[in-house]
Design a protein around this ligand. Structure first.
Ligand code: CU
Length: 129
């Protein structure tokens, strides 16, 4: 679903992260996260990944071929910025500041691993099917 909002406005969205791959969720991690961020209308219809606590949540996410993933940096103001960087060069954001986001459209099926450039221990996956 894509909604159009005129005039270059951004929409203030309350993001609740309860989707993802429930069957793959471990019992130890957080089951949900939430934050507020300003999202461009072009991000509507995306699968949302929160960047919070120096982790990508949830992971893995599943998206259809041609679908979009939007990463939202939900870290508090002043936290070092993060990137979302494909392990094999499929996509790569610049630094995403707290409160900002990055969107990528996945044209082909596959399992894509990615990481954060400044914090290589931050790793996650997108499954496109
Ligand atoms: Cu990072």
């Amino acid at each position: 679903m894509i909604r159009r909002i005129g005039g270059g406005l951004v929409a203030a969205a309350l993001l609740a992260f309860v989707a993802g791959c429930a069957s793959e969720r471990s019992g130890t991690g957080p089951s949900a996260a939430s934050c507020t961020a300003n999202l461009d209308p072009g991000t509507f219809g995306s699968v949302i990944v929160a960047i919070q606590g120096f982790a990508f949540n949830p992971t893995p996410v599943h998206v259809a071929v041609g679908g979009k993933v939007t990463w939202v940096n939900c870290e508090p103001e002043g936290t070092p910025s993060h990137t979302t960087t494909s392990d094999n060069g499929v996509w790569g954001s610049s630094l995403v500041d707290p409160g900002a986001s990055y969107t990528f459209t996945f044209p082909t099926a596959g399992t894509f691993s990615y990481h954060c450039e400044p914090h290589p221990s931050m790793t996650a996956q997108v499954v496109v099917q």
